[in-house]
Design a binder for this molecule. Structure first.
Ligand code: ZN
Length: 292
């Protein structure tokens, strides 16, 4: 049974689970934002924002030896996600694959691994991001399996956040977070909402760049072992990828709408293979200079 739409997000693509948040409402371009605050505020923001500040802040917040990797098994509870042609539930495949990946990552002793869920429970999309931020994640990976109309199509793919997050959203987030915490090492309470918005936008851009690095590692490693979709790296406005200060990606392990791939995705051996590609991708990501 497909989950009622109100449980899963605003719009849906692919597997009916995909959490796409509209970015078209209230969009205010960065140029317009700069007009609001004027040249003085913009200059102040640039003066405050020093190149590398985010990287230093990220270093300061992270443990010196172990990085925190947040893995997010898609769906759960009343939300089964996509359902395969012979009845496989996406929520079960994502959880078991993530558990395997977590074991592999923990075995390296390089990482602290946090799962957004460990059981068959429903967790709202925003809560998944909140859990990642509460854990002070250095990396966030949401794991899904797709279902599409063309049953001949199969293959894995990776998503990063679309660049089109609006300044209005950033300002609203800054407003909320002003009360609580730092974002990306920036003490938002010290700045006007307008300047905070610009600083947050800069942090978000750097996070997006790191997310793209992560996505490319995933595509490269998945491509070594499993079939990829032709268009293997795309971007969209997924709610779960909206943490402004945690590099994030969403991986579609394959297509449950394809009979052969559904069969594979059910297999523990295939899930282990996928989990191993996640391990290698995470290792590659943190090994790459500039990603930490
Ligand atoms: Zn999904």
């Amino acid at each position: 049974m497909q989950i009622p739409r109100q449980h899963t997000g605003v719009q849906s693509r692919h597997c009916g689970c995909h959490e796409i948040m509209s970015t078209g409402h209230g969009k205010i371009g960065r140029r317009s934002a700069l007009k609001w605050v004027g040249r003085i505020a913009a200059a102040a923001a640039i003066a405050i924002w020093q190149p590398g500040a985010f990287a230093r802040a990220a270093t300061a917040k992270a443990p010196p030896t172990r990085r925190t990797v947040v893995l997010d098994p898609g769906h759960g509870g009343i939300d089964p996600g996509a359902i395969g042609v012979t009845g496989a539930y996406e929520k079960e495949i994502t959880l078991s694959t993530v558990e395997l990946a977590a074991s592999l990552l923990e075995a390296t002793r390089r990482y602290k691994v946090v799962l957004t869920r460990r059981d068959d429970e429903f967790i709202a999309l925003e809560d998944r991001v909140a859990r990642a931020r509460a854990a002070r994640g250095d990396l966030f990976l949401s794991v899904h399996a797709d279902a599409i109309p063309d049953s001949d199509v199969r293959g894995a793919s990776v998503f990063t956040l679309s660049e089109h997050a609006s300044d209005a959203e950033a300002a609203a987030l800054a407003q909320r977070e002003n009360r609580a915490d730092l974002i990306a090492g920036i003490d938002l309470s010290r700045h006007t909402p307008e300047v905070s918005s610009i600083l947050l936008d800069l942090a978000r851009r750097q996070t997006n760049n790191q997310s793209i690095v992560l996505a490319r590692k995933l595509v490269a490693e998945l491509g070594r072992d499993v079939r990829l979709l032709n268009n293997s790296h795309r971007s969209a406005g997924f709610v779960v990828l909206k943490a402004p200060d945690i590099p994030s990606a969403l991986v579609e392990l394959g297509c449950l709408s394809n009979r052969d791939e559904e069969k594979l995705l059910r297999l523990a051996t295939y899930q282990k293979k996928l989990a191993t590609t996640i391990l290698r991708s995470v290792n590659d990501y943190f090994d790459q200079a500039g990603a930490t």
